[in-house]
Design a binder for this molecule. Sequence first.
Ligand SMILES: Nc1nc2c(ncn2[C@@H]2O[C@H](COP(=O)(O)OP(=O)(O)OP(=O)(O)O)[C@@H](O)[C@H]2O)c(=O)[nH]1
Ligand SMILES: [Mg+2]
Length: 248
Amino acid sequence: MLRKADMWNNRRVSVIFPTYNEKESIREAIEDFFATGYVDEIIVVNNNAREGTDREVGKTRAIQVFERKQGYGYAIRRGFEEATSDLIVLCEPDGTFEAADILKLLVYSDSFDAVWGTRTNIALIEQGANMGMFMRCGNVAAAKVMQNLYNTSRLTDVGCTYKLFKKEVIEKIKDKFNVGSQHFGPELMLLTILNGFSFVEIPVNYYKRVGKSSVTGHKSKTFILAIKMLNLIMVYFFRNLFVRKRKK
Ligand SMILES: Nc1nc2c(ncn2[C@@H]2O[C@H](COP(=O)(O)OP(=O)(O)OP(=O)(O)O)[C@@H](O)[C@H]2O)c(=O)[nH]1
Ligand SMILES: [Mg+2]
């Protein structure tokens, strides 16, 4: 079958899907993203995922790599190493995000180095999605701490995986990653900001997850994650302050 040329404005597009517990939804997620007509390659990072996940991925034309180091951050970092395109999109294959929203990220990539989804616009949160008052206010509050400490443009979410980066951004910051677990998202945001890249946040749809969440489904785990994220935001802030003072 002849496929129409993918890409966006002559730029190749990669999507990275870390996977741990998405056997039931990953195949459809891959097919939906390819069906948009903009995606040139999908890299699935199988992070010791549930048995059978690899077979589901094998039924598609996504590229599958196996990352043994356990953790969301390690999985995405491996995806960055494997992706070959000019525009790199991160997403989750758990049914919480919509493939068609990639167009929003691509449109804004014409004007910004990075485009980040936010899941906190009430109009786009599906009933039953894991974004109740507690999660939404927590994300907005942490994002406002980041926005005000680093004096950035508007931020309203620190936990959204659906993000786009130009390759140059990842090339510049990839040696500076420290976090391997779930609070890797804010580290990615902070390094983008501190290295002077431009970004914009845009609302994306957020749906109920297919299958069980291993993180934000539990209140206690979510609370610990929030503390880790805030701690990271503060550590980077003070570290950056000292570095600036020493340079003066
Ligand atoms: N929990 C977990 N997720 C991982 C790991 N490695 C990669 N991931 C991926 O990280 C993403 C986030 O995990 P989820 O369990 O969906 O956590 P979450 O998004 O906070 O929870 P929901 O809001 O319910 O979707 C998924 O795409 C996982 O496949 C890991 O070691 N543990
Ligand atoms: Mg998820």
